[in-house]
Design a protein around this ligand. Sequence first.
Ligand code: XMP
Length: 585
Amino acid sequence: MREDAPPPQITVLDAGGQYCHLIARRVRQLGVYAEVRPSDATAETLTGRKGIIISGGPNSVYEPGSPSVDKALFDLGAGVLGICYGQQLMAYLLNGSVRKGDKGEYGHATLQVSVRDGLFQGLGADEPVWMSHRDQVEKPPPGFDVLASTDTCAIAAIGDPARRLYGVQFHPEVVHTPRGMQVLENFLFSICECRKDWDPRGRLDLLEEKIRETTGARNVFFFVSGGVDSSVAYRLCLRALGPERVRGAYVDTGLMREAETEFVRDSLGVEIVDAGAQFLDALQGVWDPEQKRHIIGEQFVRVQETVLQSGHYLDGDWILGQGTIYPDTIESGGTAQADLIKTHHNRVAGIQKLIESNRIIEPLTSFYKDEVREIGRELGLPDELLDRHPFPGPALAIRLLCAEQTAPVEKLPEGWMIPVQTVGVQGDSRTYRAVLVLDNPGWNEEMFARATVTVNRLQNINRVVAQSGAHAPIQRMSVVAAGLTPERLHRLRRADAIVRRLSHEAGFDSKVWQFPVILIPCGTLDRPDSVVLRPIHSVDGMTAQAVKMEEPLRSRMTSELLNAEGLCAVFHDLTHKPPATIEWE
Ligand code: XMP
């Protein structure tokens, strides 16, 4: 339990599903504080919970090593809800049975509800639900009734009301199950008898009090990134302690988006550390993606050390403020945010020292991102800052591809191969491979499926793009040796600003989770670079779906980009993650 959170009435046990944090967020949206714990948490440590939810997960209960739960938790007297794999696990552990499905059920299904009270109170006889499973329960455990079914899943929900144990095969937590919140509400309030104890709004006074208590007489120093979390944490401390006792610094690496530094200065009022020349110098002549990341990490360390030293922030009367949020603190089932990023920035020695001596304050560790946004709104931070997409620390540098050598594009049966190296995740490891421009994409949903099949079939590529417009036919383009120069950085910055403006005007930015814009050194003599658009949907960045850009936005964006200096073509990335990653490096 986190210090500033109430004792949890609900624990979500993480069985490895990407939706486990989503379940906890939904419970909190219903006004009940929920925590996430690894699935193997012992029943003893869960005593006192009113309800326990076992999440979905990718495994099969019969596979050796698949996640399990402590069987004794079913006897704690708490309500238990197993979702998807959680239901199967419950059936398996309580002497029912599960069978391997041969065909699986993915997507929309109609739930025929046979028992419309308790868990399903207020639901209709037929309810649309979202399914994603292969295995299914074959025989409910003794004492359980079947509560609902679908055409392909005879046992889609089970329950033993006397013991308050329930399982559902569908996912009530996703938006594709329209009445899912009703099911969760029934579980929380009718079955577990929870009371409302959580609302991130209206907590400012409490949070400020806590900040004053933790800091005592000391002052707080922040490195802010311009992202939501560090900005909200900074402003919260500022409000709690006053401007005399809180300082913030923002490192301008010279790799920022257009107008970003000014925006951060104006909306947060922090000190700007101009380190642009230092970063660009160090990146001169470097084309290797991993080396770029490494150099950027190293430079960050240097600048941060200098700031800490020169501001005397390592002295005893300062502590370090950080914007750590709830998912960053959870190490379970691979869902910790920490696993999500590539090469981490090196840990600054000074920061390490502050952490080790416990001179650190993290006021947001109980909250999810959407809750942090609520707090930010109450603090009066602008929506433009609070609703921004996640943005990587190394900034535009990892969206500006470089090439060591000049090389022509190459014809393959499926399309044209562009010999730049982009990163992918195939199996457990990362790959650096070339890009394929798909012939005749057709601009329909089917092109995404073709992209997946093509990446899986071809050994030497890990991304597939469609060409959205160009000044020259693809066979006349080539990859030209290029580095991270101010000229190319300017080109990418302009392209990124055009895309951001148009997608904001069209309301498209609120429909996607992230929208990287990438510059690749592929084009003709007078227009040596091209731009790739990469709008994606995601829940947490671990997996992502490429998103189709609708007309007229795509054409409009393409023609504006082609009017910009130096740009030869505009491509649209069609590859999901996996097999590609969200970023290109
Ligand atoms: P990938 O490219 O691995 O990205 O699919 C997943 C998410 O992580 C972000 N990302 C980073 N964030 N520092 C960051 O702060 C980094 O070095 C970094 N690399 C990737 C990326 O933008 C996406 O949201």
